[in-house]
Design a protein around this ligand. Structure first.
Ligand code: ADP
Ligand code: MG
Length: 297
């Protein structure tokens, strides 16, 4: 869950104070998805960095899963990041001297996870790269490298995944596959997803959309899917009721139909089944500013 209240960001430059973000507000429930869109330079990456606890706003607050990360010191934020946050970047950020398997396992190993390699192998399989585990990043295509980065991010079991233009360096077809993967894993693992993107169809797949222009929030759409589902269910119920009246169905059948309705609604609202995972504790972020990312073995 993410709660953002009146975030502003200013930086001092030689030419004076630069206002990068102005009073941004948003609220995202656990398991939901948000697209941050807007032209280049509008403040998307700055906002993402602040939401992920990599940067601090000048004013306002950010809560991740109920914890106000803007009131914490760097150590506190690092702990929250390690426990909750995953990151996928446009330029993959894989370590060239490590194989695909080692890249995914590294953040887990740094946290002392004895099952790191097993977990890494599971997530590489999940992104369709089980046959490339011993390959180095230079031996992989852009799309494959990004799949390794996605596996690394999800292997850490983040409750919130941040992705900054994750398909910006990929061709359309490969990008689509990465997007499918992000949304599949988002559903399976119940991960909250925050994406910066230029792609309209990717933004359209997110439950919420925040549009930035010159650091200002110019539009924020609420989740449309849920509203549509509710409307459709209500509509169906109304149609059913009307047809029941018209066709004069025997009482017993009407009762059965009426009883069936809540079941349908409950099914629609039911959470997707969790995928079986190998045993491992929640692990650190793959964020570049963390020690985990910077370290080499
Ligand atoms: P986007 O991701 O939407 O392209 P950014 O968040 O990277 O935009 O940057 C927004 C604006 O803030 C840009 O004009 C950028 O140059 C400026 N900016 C970001 N960080 C700094 C900084 N530390 N110092 C000065 N200017 C910055
Ligand atoms: Mg950016």
């Amino acid at each position: 869950m993410i709660e953002v209240s009146n975030i502003s960001k200013q930086v001092s430059t030689t030419e004076g104070t630069l206002n990068i973000l102005h009073e941004i507000n948003l609220s995202l429930a656990s398991g939901e998805s948000l697209a941050i869109v807007g032209p280049s330079g509008s403040g998307k990456s700055t906002l993402l960095g602040i939401l992920a606890g990599l940067d601090l706003p000048t004013a306002g607050s950010v809560s991740l899963n109920g914890e106000d990360i803007t009131a914490m010191d760097e150590e506190g934020r690092a702990t929250v990041r390690a426990g909750h946050v995953g990151f996928v970047f446009q330029s993959f950020h894989l370590l060239p001297g490590l194989t695909a398997l080692e890249n995914v396992a590294l953040p887990l190993e740094l946290q002392g996870d004895k099952d790191a390699l097993k977990t890494a192998a599971y997530y590489l399989k999940r992104v369709g790269l089980e046959h490339r585990t011993t390959h180095y990043p230079r031996q992989l295509s852009g799309g494959e490298q990004q799949r390794v980065a996605v596996a690394r991010a999800f292997a850490c079991r983040p409750t919130i995944l941040f992705a900054d233009e994750p398909t910006g360096n990929l061709d359309t077809g490969t990008g689509e596959k990465i997007n499918d993967l992000l949304f599949d894993l988002n559903k399976e693992e119940g991960t909250t997803l925050v994406l910066v993107t230029h792609e309209h169809n990717l933004a359209a797949r997110c439950g919420q959309r925040l549009v930035l222009a010159a650091g200002r929030q110019v539009d924020q759409t609420a989740p449309k899917k849920k509203a549509v589902v509710k409307k459709t269910v209500a509509k169906r119920a109304a149609v059913k009721k009307a047809s029941v009246k018209k066709t004069v169905i025997p009482k017993a059948k009407v009762k059965a139909k009426t009883r069936a309705k809540p079941k349908t609604v409950a099914k629609a609202k039911a959470k997707p089944k969790a995928t079986p995972k190998p045993k491992a504790a929640p692990k650190p972020t793959a964020a570049p500013k963390s020690k985990a990312q910077g370290s080499k073995r």
